[in-house]
Design a protein around this ligand. Structure first.
Ligand code: BT5
Length: 323
């Protein structure tokens, strides 16, 4: 019910009377009025007059947990945690998953992170206006196949950004999502395993959504935000729901049919085919990024003519065109 009043107002180009809303949603006019009041208290600017009806003038840029939950697949019901400020959503999600709460799935979302983490313990800048979230999933896969999740998640994020923010996003190996050649999203996947099987995976995703680029302080040319790229704020709730829905729908491909996900990753890749410098734990390898293997490892053809496989590392791209 909650969401339906808002959806009806969002859909309508002109004001809608309380009676029309009540008829459409098969509830009383008082119930409609109560919902309108609730949304107003959350910052939605809904004007209303008895003669003309209700009209939604503007929506606040906040993530309302109930609203988000209503957009997610059914298994998320009661398993979405929203916080204003948190250390790291990955840590919170891990705690909940380890305590057995997030079964079969779960999601933690925060408006701000004070201890946001990147790979190798690096700091992830997470001011208000971004999307800082961690998704817990429990695919029945061996630990060796877990690398595929990063590939699948990067594809889901790039596609969800294209769908919701309407900007073209590319993937930089292993799992950065780039817009206009700058980083707009980072993904940090962590896992708990028992013997050689995955117990749960925490997919941490940070998207610079509605943040002023100056707040990122990553230096010009390095990071960007969706707001800067698309010229206006994006609907963060819609983006979270689009990417979570895509990831969950694609999970069966971890076990069967991963080839299609890999092909999609390759189409969206801005790394493959380029001259790269790869920093693999201190040693620098130069060559052409030739392919990714079935588990998401990068295959580089070195200048010495060798083919080498890298599971982790840092890529810097050369200035050649991707062609
Ligand atoms: C990543 O690491 O790109 C993974 C980032 C994952 C963040 C999410 S947010 C939700 C969840 N909770 C967490 O605590 N983490 C996850 P890496 O590839 O190591 O990149 C880190 C580097 O990116 C830093 O050293 C900076 O140079 C740069 N950086 C930091 N904050 C950034 C931002 N907001 N946008 C773009 N680049 C950033």
């Amino acid at each position: 019910m909650r969401r339906r009043v808002l959806d009806a107002l969002k859909r309508s180009k002109s004001p809608v009377s309380g009676q029309a809303l009540a008829d459409e949603l098969k509830v009383s006019r008082t119930a409609v009025w109560k919902q309108v009041q609730k949304f107003r208290s959350l910052g939605y600017d809904i004007v209303g007059s008895p003669k003309i009806g209700y009209a939604l003038m503007s929506a606040p840029d906040i993530i309302v947990c109930e609203e988000l939950e209503a957009l997610l697949p059914a298994e998320f019901k009661g398993r979405v945690v929203c916080a204003d400020r948190i250390g790291s959503t990955n840590d919170a999600a891990k705690d909940l998953a380890a305590a057995g709460s997030f079964k079969p799935v779960g999601l933690v979302v925060a408006e701000e992170q004070t201890e946001g983490r990147g790979r190798f313990g690096r700091r992830w800048v997470s001011p208000g206006g971004g999307i800082w979230m961690s998704l817990v999933v429990r695919p029945q896969i061996p630990v060796v196949a877990a690398g595929r999740v990063a590939i699948l998640a990067a594809v889901a994020v790039a596609e969800a950004i294209a769908e919701v923010a309407e900007v073209q996003a590319w993937i930089k190996w292993p799992n950065d999502v780039m817009v206009d050649g700058k980083k707009v999203c980072g993904i940090l996947t962590e896992m708990a395993a028992e013997f050689a099987l995955v117990e749960y995976l925490v997919i941490g995703i940070g998207v610079n959504a509605n943040i002023r680029a100056s707040k990122l302080a990553q230096g010009p040319g390095v990071a960007t935000t969706l707001m800067a790229a698309s010229g206006g704020p994006v609907d963060r709730t819609a983006l979270i729901s689009a990417l979570v829905t895509r990831i969950v729908a694609a999970l069966p491909a971890l076990e069967d049919g991963f080839g299609a996900v890999r092909e999609r990753w390759k189409e969206l890749s801005e790394t493959l085919g380029r001259q790269v410098k790869l920093d693999a734990g201190g040693s620098i390898i130069e060559g052409r990024a030739a392919d990714i293997d079935a588990d998401g490892a990068l295959i580089v053809e070195t200048t010495a003519g060798e083919r080498r496989v890298f599971r982790a590392g840092e890529v810097t791209m050369g200035n050649d065109d991707k062609s």
